[in-house]
Design a binder for this molecule. Structure first.
Ligand SMILES: [Zn+2]
Length: 191
């Protein structure tokens, strides 16, 4: 059985909407890429600074609130202090964190990075995502495999495509990783 890995990658941070007091309405807020760190001896607060796209008012997205400074380690703390761009990007991509903080999210477009499946082989496909936004596994498979819904449904009902854990592939959403088994696809595709 051939093992193949696909990874979901966002093409941009999600559009982040929240109420702006100055504008008096909901507006898009954009990450400045800058952290604000308030470090005292026993208490540490860290925010990612957003700006209203219309009036530039700031909004601080809480990342850590009143935690023990020792609990995150000096390396990570330095990354926050130095506005590490990858770290800032990671938090700006964290749709669950943004939602918990009261922002409305428009899920970003994404692409699936990975090899094309050779349908003549039996394949164990692992799909991974480092993002918290859940995407329907059936949608990922149909898009990346360029299958019509009809053919995809036929492959699922005949057991050609199935989840390793036996769950219903039509209902399953990708959270962190999922394993998909593909075998005997040529019987459906008449290759
Ligand atoms: Zn505003």
């Amino acid at each position: 059985m051939e093992e193949i890995l696909w990874e979901v990658q966002y093409l941009s941070p999600p559009k982040t909407i929240r109420y702006c007091k100055k504008c008096g309405m909901k507006t898009e807020h954009v990450s400045s890429g800058l952290f604000r760190v308030n470090a005292q001896q026993k208490s540490l607060d860290i925010w990612l600074i957003y700006r209203c796209a219309s009036c530039k008012s700031t909004w601080n997205l809480t990342i850590y609130s009143r935690i023990n400074p020792k609990s995150i380690g000096q390396t990570l703390l330095n990354q926050f202090m130095n506005n590490d761009s990858e770290l800032a990007q990671r938090y700006a991509m964290d749709t669950e964190l943004l939602k918990r903080s009261g922002a409305e999210i428009e899920a970003p477009s994404y692409s699936i990075i990975g090899e094309i499946i050779d349908f003549t082989k039996d394949v164990e496909l692992k799909i991974v995502s480092k993002y918290s936004e859940k995407v329907k596994v059936s949608k990922i498979l149909q898009e990346k495999l360029s299958l019509t819904k009809k053919v995809f449904d036929e492959m699922v009902s005949s057991g050609v495509i199935r989840l390793e854990n036996g769950a219903d592939i039509h209902k399953c959403k990708l959270q962190h990783d999922i394993a998909v088994l593909i075998s005997g696809a040529t019987s459906i595709l008449k290759m």
